[in-house]
Design a protein around this ligand. Structure first.
Ligand SMILES: *[C@@H]1O[C@H](CO)[C@@H](O)[C@H](O)[C@H]1NC(C)=O
Ligand SMILES: *[C@@H]1O[C@H](CO)[C@@H](O)[C@H](O)[C@H]1NC(C)=O
Ligand SMILES: *[C@@H]1O[C@H](CO)[C@@H](O)[C@H](O)[C@H]1NC(C)=O
Ligand SMILES: *[C@@H]1O[C@H](CO)[C@@H](O)[C@H](O)[C@H]1NC(C)=O
Ligand SMILES: *[C@@H]1O[C@H](CO)[C@@H](O)[C@H](O)[C@H]1NC(C)=O
Ligand SMILES: *[C@@H]1O[C@H](CO)[C@@H](O)[C@H](O)[C@H]1NC(C)=O
Ligand SMILES: *[C@@H]1O[C@H](CO)[C@@H](O)[C@H](O)[C@H]1NC(C)=O
Ligand SMILES: *[C@@H]1O[C@H](CO)[C@@H](O)[C@H](O)[C@H]1NC(C)=O
Ligand SMILES: *[C@@H]1O[C@H](CO)[C@@H](O)[C@H](O)[C@H]1NC(C)=O
Length: 459
């Protein structure tokens, strides 16, 4: 029942962490935006000065564009260029504009900082890039803020028509490090079809009550290293997606995450494959912990989650998630969607305190294959007043299904290995729960193996 492909896969991934070559500053030439006329008073737009400094830097063969402190540099979209590193000094802030006219006409290009088709561009400097997300809140609410919509053309709909903060599209050798990304109006840091990206020591702060304040979205991109990051936000924190191409070789290590949604989420856009991903040494305080929402026919394989500590609790059901520490699902989004499989997934050295059980559900033609749990410690405890008792298949599929809660729910699985797994029940807090350790639909399960599995009561 061992899964050798996975074992082999984990080694190169760890090596990747060490051998990714960080493109050094090819030129140390510094272009201060102040020399190009930036005022930095927070109310006058410095767009032209910042862009002129970026373009001069590019023309000189690359270097750094400095936003010196003190200063609040208000801007419309800044277009980064190849070999240009935007350096926001400690104490300086780049402020995104809050008018629709501050952004390009097409919503897919709405970012405060946007790099397209670049090589060797980056963002750093110890300062802050701020999306002024609060200006996009129409009605504040402790449950979930209502946000403005900039739908003008119909190419984005509902409340999802807002600018993102920092985007790298079709770019190579991207480096984002030592920077704070604050208050995005929508997604925060977005990679699209990028190759060879390093994201290191980045702090992300989104409004805890604003929807779609994702931390890092890694879309259709290969060879991404995320490390030493701090993400505190309302929506999904680290979120690989596949819309126009696959995601290969992603590692995220040494991070701290708090979110009202899912801490690490695959999907739900999942049209292409996800292969060789590693998440190691991560501390999580969230609604849902480790999640996969595979809905569109892409297959996931060779994924390791290791050395993860988490606490997962219920929040208002307007937020996706049902307090599951681990939520691995694949099912067709619509009746005519393709069904993707999820295989060779390893959970090792994981501990959680959670208000709900582990949920592992494949679908008839999209099985979960070769899942392994090793050294996993799951504590079940209730401490909020939200109602449990629902299985959550959203988006699409069977939506919400009323059901008894168990320690692990299993369906449509071929190959599950349990090795040194503890389930700990804080029975006093679990009134109304059916505390069955394992619930499964036997006709859909094949190749189960239990070794050193215990279910015990705790205080
Ligand atoms: C993934 O990383 C491995 C090295 O660990 C490399 O050989 C492979 O080419 C990478 N895949 C892609 C698609 O870049
Ligand atoms: C990026 O490259 C693509 C393909 O070469 C091209 O169609 C697109 O216009 C380029 N975009 C920018 C902003 O340079
Ligand atoms: C978005 O804008 C388009 C074009 O103006 C319009 O047809 C559509 O009804 C709008 N949708 C929403 C949800 O506002
Ligand atoms: C991380 O970045 C912050 C600025 O955002 C900086 O003050 C700090 O020194 C950096 N930490 C390390 C270890 O480089
Ligand atoms: C990622 O690697 C896959 C497999 O080699 C390739 O098909 C895809 O185009 C690559 N994506 C990028 C953005 O380089
Ligand atoms: C784990 O990550 C934390 C930061 O979140 C770091 O301080 C610690 O050194 C890391 N541990 C290991 C073993 O790398
Ligand atoms: C997923 O795997 C199935 C079965 O091997 C295959 O038919 C399908 O093309 C794969 N999906 C993608 C996006 O490659
Ligand atoms: C899991 O934890 C054990 C004991 O602390 C350690 O020896 C082992 O290296 C860890 N495994 C991984 C994959 O980190
Ligand atoms: C749960 O409800 C009880 C009774 O209504 C109340 O006293 C308690 O403060 C609530 N706890 C939380 C965490 O909201």
């Amino acid at each position: 029942m061992a899964s050798p492909p996975l074992q082999l896969a984990a080694t190169p991934l760890l090596l990747l962490l060490l051998v990714v070559v960080v493109p050094g500053a090819r030129s140390s030439r510094v272009f201060s935006v102040v020399d190009y006329g930036a005022v930095g008073d927070g109310s006058h737009y410095d767009t032209a000065a910042i862009q002129a400094a970026v373009d001069a830097c590019e023309a000189a063969g690359g270097g750094r564009v400095l936003l010196p402190a003190p200063g609040n540099y208000l801007t419309a979209t800044v277009h980064l260029r190849s070999r240009v590193v935007l350096e926001v000094a400690p104490g300086a802030r780049l402020l995104g504009g809050t008018r629709q006219a501050d952004y390009p006409p097409e919503s897919r290009r709405w970012y405060v900082v946007l790099a397209e088709n670049t090589t060797g561009a980056g963002v750093t400097g110890g300062g802050e890039i701020n999306g002024q997300g609060e200006a996009f809140v129409v009605t504040p609410s402790e449950v979930k803020n209502i946000m403005v919509s900039w739908n003008a053309t119909g190419d984005c709909l509902g409340d999802e028509c807002r600018p993102r903060l920092v985007g790298f599209i079709d770019s190579k050798d991207v480096k984002i490090h030592d920077i704070t990304l604050n208050q995005p109006a929508y997604w925060c840091l977005h990679l699209v079809r990028c190759d060879n990206t390093v994201i290191r020591n980045v702090s992300i702060f989104g409004d805890f009550n604003s929807p779609n304040n994702d931390g890092i979205d890694i879309e259709d991109s290969n060879n991404t290293v995320i490390t030493d990051c701090h993400i505190d936000t309302g929506d999904d924190a680290i979120c690989p997606k596949s819309s126009t191409g696959p995601v290969y070789n992603l590692t995220a290590t040494n991070c701290w995450i708090r979110t009202k949604s899912c801490a690490i989420k695959f999907g739900s856009a999942s049209y292409f494959n996800f292969n060789k991903l590693l998440f190691d040494n991560i501390t999580i305080d969230s609604h849902r912990g480790l999640g996969m929402q595979i809905r569109d026919g892409g297959n996931v394989s060779d994924v390791v989650f290791s050395n993860i500590k988490m606490s997962t609790r219920y929040y208002h059901p307007l937020w996706w998630g049902r307090a599951e520490p681990i939520y691995i699902t694949t099912c067709p989004r619509h009746p005519d969607s393709k069904e993707g499989t999820i295989s060779d997934i390893r959970f090792i050295n994981i501990s959680s305190v959670s208000e709900n059980g582990v949920f592992l559900a494949g679908s008839k033609h999209g099985l979960l294959q070769n899942l392994k749990f090793k050294n996993v410690d799951l504590t079940y405890k209730r401490w909020t007043n939200y109602t449990g008792g629902l299985y959550d298949y959203r988006p699409g599929c069977e939506k919400m299904v009323k059901h008894k809660t168990g320690g692990m729910m299993l369906e449509h699985i071929s190959g599950l290995e349990i090795d040194n797994v503890r389930m700990r029940w804080a029975r006093g807090s679990l009134k109304g729960w059916d505390v069955n350790p394992i619930l499964f639909r036997p006709s859909t399960i094949d190749k189960l193996s239990f070794h050193d599995w215990r279910s015990v009561d705790v205080q």
